[in-house]
Design a protein around this ligand. Structure first.
Ligand code: SIN
Length: 301
């Protein structure tokens, strides 16, 4: 059966229908999937049944894979698979006790707060492929924001204010905010994750389109007074989170979403993690250093 690309509303996101459950597709089908990814930013596959090897093999066709650190949250024997889970290691059908803190079979409460993967590193990740293994009967959705549409909709005076500028991202300043259940960063970890700056208007390396590039680890803006930079970052974060730019994924076990971190943002939403288990397996693609969009650089002149 030939694969079919079914775009979502506004062309942001698409379902890929007609793939085998193990996602082992021909080169021709893979090229269609890759083109659909560039066109739609996020792709959803449903009814999958992939082994970790098949998940890794499909992801690798898009490029080299990134190994997440700390390594303890990756699947045993498959370091390319990062596990987001609140399941108990002893009994994966039960949630860990609340007081145990960060999950013992994966990272619990990862990804709450809009972000793009790796935005706090010099070379952020190009994309990520999240596969739902167990999902709660209610909630636990993931929101995705269309950052091309967000950039296009920005008022001209904001485009002008951010023209040619870069935001500062700091794991050191914000780790305690987004990972309250994890240990504080050690001095060595701080040295490994120094602050980085990325352009606010990013040129996509494949499509050439401009997206708004901002996420939860952004603090302020290089070259602007701190309070002015903080206010601009907050404005841009809130602007991108408006419902008109969002797609909500309500997960079923066997769903997987491939997203492009260079033109989308995402955010895990909460669920009752004292009653239900949610276990997701994620592969993560290596990326490239974000480039300033020429249009934004030109506005600054
Ligand atoms: C992530 O940010 O990679 C996890 C998203 C989710 O669990 O919904």
């Amino acid at each position: 059966m030939a694969i079919v690309v079914q775009p979502f509303e506004r062309n942001f996101g698409a379902d890929i229908v007609g793939v085998p459950p193990d996602l082992q597709v021909s080169d021709d089908d893979f090229r269609r999937i890759e083109a659909a990814w560039a066109a739609h930013g996020i792709l959803r596959f449903r009814g999958l049944d992939m082994s970790p090897e098949q998940h890794v093999a499909f992801s690798r066709r898009f490029g080299p894979l990134h190994i997440m650190t700390p390594l303890k949250f990756n699947l045993a024997g498959h370091p390319e698979i990062f596990v987001v889970s609140n399941a108990s290691k002893d009994d994966p059908s039960r949630p860990i006790a609340q007081e145990q803190g960060a999950g013992d079979a994966g990272l619990k409460r990862a990804g709450e707060g809009f972000h793009t993967d790796g935005e706090d590193k010099r070379i952020p990740n190009a994309g990520s492929f999240l596969y739902a293994k167990s999902v709660p009967p209610e909630r636990g959705d993931t929101l995705f924001a269309d950052m091309y549409a967000a950039y296009e909709a920005l008022p001209d005076k904001i485009k002008q204010a951010m023209a040619g500028r870069r935001a500062r991202y700091s794991r050191i300043d914000l780790h305690h905010v987004y990972y309250p259940l994890m240990d504080p960063l050690t001095e060595e970890q701080k040295r490994e994750r120094p602050d980085v700056c990325h352009p606010l208007a990013r040129r996509h390396p494949v499509t050439g389109r401009t997206s708004l590039y901002i996420g939860r680890w952004a603090c302020d803006v290089e070259g602007l007074p701190k309070d002015e930079g903080q206010a601009l970052v907050r404005y841009l974060q809130e602007f991108a989170q408006q419902p008109r730019f969002l797609f909500r994924q309500q997960w079923q076990a066997g769903d997987a979403i491939l997203w492009d971190n260079r033109c989308t943002q995402h955010c895990a939403t909460g669920f009752d993690d004292t009653r239900y288990v949610r276990t997701m397996h994620r592969t993560t693609l290596e990326g490239d250093e974000p480039r300033m969009a020429e249009t934004s650089a030109a506005l600054a002149l």
